[in-house]
Ligand binder design. Structure first.
Ligand code: T6T
Length: 314
């Protein structure tokens, strides 16, 4: 599953020739393994990776599993390790299941940079780059509170437990919701990153609790499905705050189905990732941990800062 992105930066598509030059300083191959193929967040990250790699004289090969699932991602990582790129930028799909395969990549001499997600013990990685996910979850609660100042029931739709990013977003939201006595936190339900499942979860939740005032959807596919679920249930006065800003999320914001989006900076995560990998390869100074920011997009800033924070689709 090679994902080719036509990045608007003018960077060329990735060289997908496989690139196994077997170590040494002449090895200019960077492998990028996404959390899942076809996700605008990782596509935008790929654009950043390709642009920075080109600038620094490296080539990039990008692959991603068809689902956000460690049983599908592990064989991809194993084959990348066997092909011995100089560096591996990877978004692990599970904190536990991807620990050993990535440790093996590092043990084989590949510089591993964790982008977006992480694992339980990331000490083998040269660097970790991710958004302020706890802060983003808290910001999502603040956005619901702003729309529904008198409070009420709030629900979270996430993907799967064991995904470091969305777990952190849930925590940021949950802590803020529980600290506010006007709100009644109904907990988190898991959609397995499938929009149709997220839509069904939301429909059932609204049958049980028609007075839900707010839903926080912790990523792109959760938000897409939650918006569908609310639309199908015909719920009118409900605030949805989504994480991520792909084309479907922006459309939902424009048509009023979704009220706010927490947009990450996937392009920056990608360029930072390449910089850290190359620093590690060339004896430069490496930052062990980098945190990138986020932008809250609403209808009000969509024509300016908000619109610029939206992700690329190809
Ligand atoms: O939200 C991003 C990413 O940060 C997360 O780890 C998984 O889901 C996305 O890729 C969006 O679909």
């Amino acid at each position: 599953a090679l994902a080719l992105a036509a990045c608007s930066t003018g960077a060329p598509s990735s060289d997908s020739s496989g690139g196994s030059s077997g170590g040494g300083n002449d090895n200019k191959n960077i492998a990028f393994v996404q959390g899942v193929a076809g996700d605008e967040f990782y596509i935008t990250m790929q654009c950043g990776i390709e642009a920075k790699a080109k600038e620094l004289g490296y080539t990039v090969t990008t692959q991603g599993p068809q689902k956000f699932d460690p049983t599908l991602q592990k064989p991809i990582v194993d084959s990348v390790t066997a092909s011995k790129p100089a560096a591996l930028l990877v978004a692990p799909t599970d904190v536990q299941a991807m620990q050993a395969p990535l440790q093996q990549a590092a043990a084989a001499g590949i510089k591993v940079v964790l982008v977006d997600t992480t694992v339980n013990d990331p000490s083998f990685a040269v660097s970790e780059i991710s958004s302020d996910n706890v802060g983003g979850g808290k910001a999502a609660f603040d956005a619901i509170k702003q729309a529904k100042p008198s409070g009420g029931k709030v629900l979270v739709i996430s993907t799967d437990p064991g995904v470091s990013t969305v777990d952190a977003r849930v925590k940021g939201f949950e802590d803020a919701a529980k600290a506010d006595s006007a709100f009644n936190y109904l907990g988190v339900q898991y959609s397995h990153n499938d929009p149709a499942t997220a839509a069904n979860l939301v429909s059932s939740a609204l049958q049980k609790d028609p007075d839900i005032v707010g839903i926080f959807a912790t990523n792109l596919f959760s938000a897409e499905g939650s918006a569908t679920g609310v639309r199908q249930a015909g719920a009118k006065d409900l605030t949805i705050v989504g994480f991520d800003a792909g084309p479907n999320q922006i459309k939902a914001l424009e048509d009023g189905t979704v009220q706010a989006l927490v947009a990450q900076q996937p392009g920056t995560i990608g360029t930072d990732g390449v910089e850290q990998a190359v620093a590690a390869l060339t004896g430069g100074s490496v930052e062990k941990k980098i945190q990138t920011g986020f932008t809250i997009i609403t209808k009000d800033n969509l024509s300016g800062e908000g619109g610029q924070a939206a992700y690329k689709s190809t």
